[in-house]
Ligand binder design. Structure first.
Ligand SMILES: Cc1ncc(COP(=O)(O)O)c(C=O)c1O
Length: 383
């Protein structure tokens, strides 16, 4: 969290008042929440009345997918197909799979190309197959592991031609690329505070006024009755201040981060020439500025991660552990990477706090880590 957000949140936490109470303290807290809602809405070009505050990206994704499915199927029992890209975050994928396992949904995983971009023709064919059976389409704005920007405009055009609502998980996009909710035409958009230097545990689902959405959480009827629970004024304030700040500083910041990322990539390729860039080319129209994903054939991403961690470089692999065995990331497999290469992939994220010195440190640590990780993988295979 950036210091200003910590200060704003601490200031607000020190005050009392339930924003739903009618007394003076409650009315003051309500004002904070409503001003935050306005600020947040302005940052993503939505109306304040379209912002539903939640506990973060995971809850917003679940509310969008499950809430829309339930509402639309209740209105028409044929609407059982949920179309999602195969590279979605687990918050969307697992919500969809839960609907398939327990509520009669049919999960349709849409393919992506080698760069991680949605196959628009496949989406078109799936919708055309039986438009009346589609409950929802969910395609993220940008992928979290490889940074690939998605053709959201095409998704909206194809889905809306048949009256099908569209959700987009914009958790990675907001603050990194311009996100205009109104112009995009999507019905539902997920955003979270902790990607913007705000607190963990607060986010929003931006939902057009007429969105068919059944609440997942029942109670006091806050947030248009879609998301009950006492409103968290402190988190809302820190979140919205960060959203406004990130929006205002976006152009210069994105260019700075992109330059650092490009220097990191060039340095990696120079130090380890056989390393492979994973995902879209580093083109502003195709990839998030702060994302780098590079694969080192013959290395275990997780061992690289620990070796770099010991050198003070914190990164991630996207791999999941199943029954104690590391599995390559579902995103990389969906992109068609062979599993051996996918296991050597490393995601290096750069953000507002990343400096030139951080890039130098990563470049200084990487060659030795790759060497050691390769040696370890060879030794494991030999034994
Ligand atoms: C694309 C994407 N969606 C959803 C989430 C989950 O958001 P949260 O951590 O706020 O629950 C993340 C988290 O990193 C993400 O990258």
């Amino acid at each position: 969290m950036v210091p200003e957000a910590v200060a704003a949140m601490a200031d607000e936490l020190a005050r009392v008042g339930n924003p739903s109470s009618l007394h003076t303290a409650g009315r003051r807290a309500r004002r904070v929440v409503e001003e935050s809602r306005e600020q947040l809405a302005a940052a993503v070009r939505a109306r304040p009345s379209e912002v539903v505050l939640t506990s973060g990206g995971t809850e917003s994704d679940n509310l969008a997918v499950i809430g829309t499915y339930r509402a639309r199927r209740r209105a028409d029992d044929r609407r059982r197909r949920v179309l999602v890209s195969s590279i979605e975050h687990h918050a969307v994928l697992d919500a969809t799979e839960a609907l398939a396992a327990h509520e009669g949904a049919e999960a349709v995983l849409l393919p992506v190309d080698r760069t991680g971009r949605l196959d628009v023709a496949a989406l078109e064919a799936e919708i055309a197959r039986d438009p009346a059976s589609v409950a929802l389409v969910s395609v993220m704005w940008a992928n979290n592991e490889v940074g690939t920007l998605q053709p959201v405009d095409d998704v909206v055009r194809l889905a809306h031609a048949h009256g099908v609502p569209v959700h987009t998980d914009a958790v990675q996009a907001v603050g990194q690329v311009p996100v205009d909710f109104a112009a995009s035409g999507v019905d539902l958009l997920t955003v979270t505070a902790h990607k913007l230097g705000g607190p963990v545990g607060v986010g929003a689902l931006v939902a057009v006024r007429g969105a068919e959405l059944e609440p997942l959480v029942h109670g006091g009827g806050q947030e248009r009755g879609v998301r009950s629970g006492t409103l968290d004024a402190a988190s809302a304030r820190a979140f919205s201040e960060r959203a406004e700040q990130s929006d205002g500083s976006l152009p210069g910041r994105a260019d700075r981060v992109r330059a650092l990322r490009d220097r990191l990539l060039a340095g990696v390729l120079e130090a380890v020439p056989e390393a492979e860039l994973v995902g879209a080319p580093v083109d502003p129209a195709l990839r998030l500025p702060g994302n780098l994903n590079v694969a080192f054939r013959g290395c275990e991403g997780d061992s690289l991660l620990y070796l770099l961690d010991a050198a003070g470089i914190e990164c991630s692999t996207g791999s999941a552990c199943q029954a104690g065995v590391p599995q390559p990331s579902h995103v990389l497999l969906a992109m068609g990477l062979d599993p051996v290469l996918a296991r050597g992939a490393l995601r290096l994220s750069l953000g507002h706090s990343t400096t030139d010195a951080d890039v130098d440190a990563a470049l200084a640590a990487l060659p030795a880590a790759v060497e050691r990780s390769r040696g370890a993988s060879l030794a494991t295979r030999a034994s």
